[in-house]
Structures are given as structure tokens and as C-alpha cells.
Design a protein around this ligand. Structure first.
Ligand SMILES: Cc1ncc(COP(=O)(O)O)c(C=O)c1O
Length: 404
């Protein structure tokens, strides 16, 4: 895009601090010199003449063509997120799921294998098992927390390692250094879903990790308004994913891109506030007689607390905990009673909002996967997931207290 005078080049802020990049990187001004970025709600762009149209279509001249693959609002979001993730390049997608699909379509062919883990968002498991396998790609599941299992699962066909850390909902932590090193030695591409931490708390590309993936719907928006996704990493890999977006069309809308671009400006302060409140609630939940176990990486009792605190600057917003009960039926009954009793927490399946959310994963986000896959993911009927928002933490604690 052409820039107004005084506009810094796209990578000018990359050496600066996170907060500076969050508000300054990826800004393109039009000839009007607007301070807040404009929103480019248009499906196509006009050309000065036929020659320019031909050059733009053949990638011989930079500049927007058609919003499925070149929209300035989308490009601004991509540039800002790339800068925050420390990535060379980034491509935005309509949703987090379409980011995962675009990675698979762009990087895999029939006969290849993915090594992944049961500790994944439920729809990601469904995408792999119900769709990706149909096209002759093998999927192997190993323990997220055991790097030696990832190594043992490699075959000559392995092309991709796919993981989330912390995992949703149990907040298990993957050792990015160990798993990334194993992948690099085997020539395998590693993809990390950084949805729960965001680059404000964790930068996977500082490790031997190739691609970072996002459901921008979650903390990048952080206010429960729009859907979006993104894949960031080296240009040669992002290029393959971008080709899928360009041709197959799971493109981010300019409106959503503008919202997400603005949201990145407050990402760091939001993630710090979410994490502070979540730690208070996780500690309090640990002391409750009705609670069997609390899963939160910021707690010293978390089995991978040290690893989490090396990789993450804080614990994040997601806490899961298991209610006591003698049988799955009793546990489910108690979990449902708590979900029904809260007055401040919202009963909704999303996460990544200013408003705190309570979810029963076993019957919602992980309700459609098989019982075997649910057990592999460690989702019991007594499990409750909290996505801690930005309300006063004392109000949240009181709300849970009267429900428990
Ligand atoms: C960890 C994780 N990855 C990916 C997704 C999918 O994102 P979207 O809903 O934007 O398609 C989700 C959605 O909840 C998620 O929690």
C-alpha cells in the first residue's frame, strides 16, 4: 500500500518493546493522514489502467487487488501480529479452525503423518479425525507432556507436529524446547496453537518452533465480538498457507481485522490482569473442600509449574478444576449445579472475554468427541473450566463460593 509522508516502513518497530509494537507496528495511513487506522470495507480495488491491473494480478507490483487475499485492514492486522509473535510473516484467516485447516491443506499431502496429542481443543481433534484422515493423512496421538513419546512417534512419513500449550482445558504444558528440537532434527514442521497465552505471555517462535497459530476469536479480540484466526512464522511456510487462503477463501473479513488490530493494542495489559485474577481464584479454589483438583500453570502445585514459568510470563486466564464425587453421574450433577448457580460468570462456550465464563467441557466443548478421546484428553464429568475475565476478583470469588 502506498503510504503518506512520514510513515515508517513496516518493520520499523520490530526492535522495540512489546507494548510499543502492539500500538505502533502494522499501521498504514492513507493520503488523509488518519491517526486511528481506517477500516477498508471493500471487496475489490480499482486500477489506474489495464497495465496496472495485469501487474497487480501477476504479483509484479505490490498493492491490493481483491479482499479475499489483499485487504489493507487485514494486512495491518497481519503485520502487527507478526511483529508481536517475532515472526517474519503472518496470514489471517476467518476463524481459528480455518487457520488449522489452511495449515493442513498447505503443508500436507496424502501419505503424510501428523503427530499430535489428545490434549487439544475438541474441534481440532474432530478436524483431524473426521476430515484430514479422509484425505490419506495419518494422525498419531501422544502425550503432550512427554517429549520422548513425540520422538518415538516419528516415522519417515511424519511431516507435522501439532500442539497447544497450555492445553485447553487442562492447562498441560508442552516443553517447546525439547519437542521443537526433536522436530528440527527429524525435519518435521512444528505448529503451536498459542491461543491461550497469546504473544503477550508466550512467544513460541523463540524456541525451535516453526509456526504459531491463533484463534484470534479468543484473547486477541478479548471482548467476545468477532471470529478470526492467524498463522505466523517464516515467509516460506506462511506463503504455503496464504496460497490456501487466497484460493480456497477462508479469509478474514476487513471489519473483523480492524477490530482485532485495535484489540492488539490492549492485549498485554488485558493478559496481565486476567492472569492476576486467575491466580487469586486458583489459590482460593485449591482450598475448597468440594474441589478435588485445580489445574492452573501459575500454581506451584501444577505438575509443570517450573516449565510453565520458564516459557510463560504469567499463568493466563484459564483455570480448570474437578469437583469431588463418587461416580461420573454425581460429578456431572454437581458440575451442572455450579454452572446453574453462578450469577456473575456467563454460561457460554467461548473463552477469551472481558466477562468471566464458566463451562462444563465434558458436555459442551468436548461433548462431541468420543468417550475414548475424552478420556485421552482427561476430561471428567466433574471438570469445570473458568475463563477469568476482568471483573473485580472478589465478586468472582463470591459468585463461585455461593455456587459451590
Ligand atoms: C485452543 C483453541 N484453538 C482453536 C480454536 C478454534 O477457534 P475458532 O473458534 O476461532 O475457530 C479454539 C476455540 O475455542 C481454541 O480454544
Amino acid at each position: 500500500m502506498s503510504k503518506s509522508s512520514g510513515q515508517p516502513p513496516p518493520k520499523a518497530f520490530d526492535a522495540m518493546g512489546f507494548a510499543t509494537r502492539a500500538v505502533r507496528a502494522g499501521t498504514e495511513r492513507s493520503q488523509f493522514g488518519e491517526h486511528s487506522e481506517a477500516m477498508y470495507l471493500t471487496s475489490s480495488f480499482v486500477f489506474d489502467d489495464a497495465e496496472q491491473a495485469a501487474r497487480r494480478f501477476q504479483n509484479q507490483e505490490p498493492g491490493p487487488v481483491y479482499s479475499r487475499f489483499t485487504n489493507p485492514s487485514v494486512q495491518m492486522f497481519e503485520e502487527r501480529l507478526a511483529s508481536l509473535e517475532g515472526a517474519e510473516d503472518c496470514v489471517a484467516t476467518a476463524t481459528g479452525m480455518s487457520a488449522i485447516l489452511a495449515v493442513c491443506l498447505g503443508l500436507l499431502k496424502a501419505g503424510d503423518e501428523i503427530v499430535t496429542t489428545g490434549s487439544l481443543f475438541g474441534a481440532t481433534i474432530q478436524l483431524f479425525d473426521n476430515f484430514i484422515k479422509k484425505f490419506g493423512v495419518g494422525v498419531r496421538y501422544v502425550s503432550l507432556t512427554d517429549p520422548s513419546a513425540w520422538k518415538a512417534a516419528i516415522t519417515p512419513q511424519t511431516r507435522l507436529f501439532y500442539l497447544e500449550t497450555p492445553s485447553n482445558p487442562l492447562t498441560e504444558i508442552a516443553d517447546l524446547e525439547a519437542i521443537g528440537t526433536i522436530a528440527r532434527e527429524a525435519g518435521v514442521i512444528t505448529v503451536v496453537d498459542n491461543c491461550l497465552c497469546t504473544p503477550a505471555l508466550q512467544e513460541p517462535l523463540r524456541y525451535p518452533i516453526d509456526l504459531v497459530l491463533h484463534s484470534a476469536t479468543k484473547y486477541i479480540d478479548g471482548q467476545g465480538r468477532v471470529l478470526g484466526g492467524a498463522v505466523a512464522g517464516p515467509t516460506h511456510l506462511v506463503h504455503e498457507v496464504r496460497q490456501v487462503v487466497r484460493t480456497c477463501g477462508p479469509s478474514l473479513s476487513p471489519f473483523n481485522a480492524w477490530v482485532l488490530h485495535k484489540s492488539l493494542e490492549t492485549l498485554q495489559i488485558r493478559m496481565r490482569a486476567h492472569s492476576e485474577s486467575a491466580l487469586v481464584l486458583a489459590r482460593w479454589l485449591s482450598s475448597q473442600p468440594a474441589v478435588a483438583r485445580v489445574f492452573y500453570p501459575g500454581l506451584a502445585s501444577h505438575p509443570q509449574h517450573d516449565l510453565a514459568m520458564r516459557q510463560q510470563s504469567a499463568g493466563g486466564a484459564i483455570i480448570s478444576f474437578e469437583l469431588k464425587g463418587d461416580s461420573p453421574e454425581v460429578m456431572k450433577q454437581r458440575a451442572f449445579a455450579l454452572v446453574n448457580a453462578v450469577k456473575v460468570f456467563s454460561r457460554t462456550g467461548n473463552l477469551g472475554d472481558t466477562r468471566s465464563i464458566i463451562t462444563h467441557p465434558g458436555s459442551t466443548t468436548h461433548g462431541r468427541i468420543s468417550e475414548e478421546a475424552r478420556q485421552r484428553a482427561g476430561i471428567s464429568q466433574g471438570l469445570i473450566r473458568l475463563a477469568v475475565g476482568l471483573e473485580d476478583v472478589a465478586d468472582l470469588q463470591r459468585d463461585l463460593e455461593q455456587g459451590i
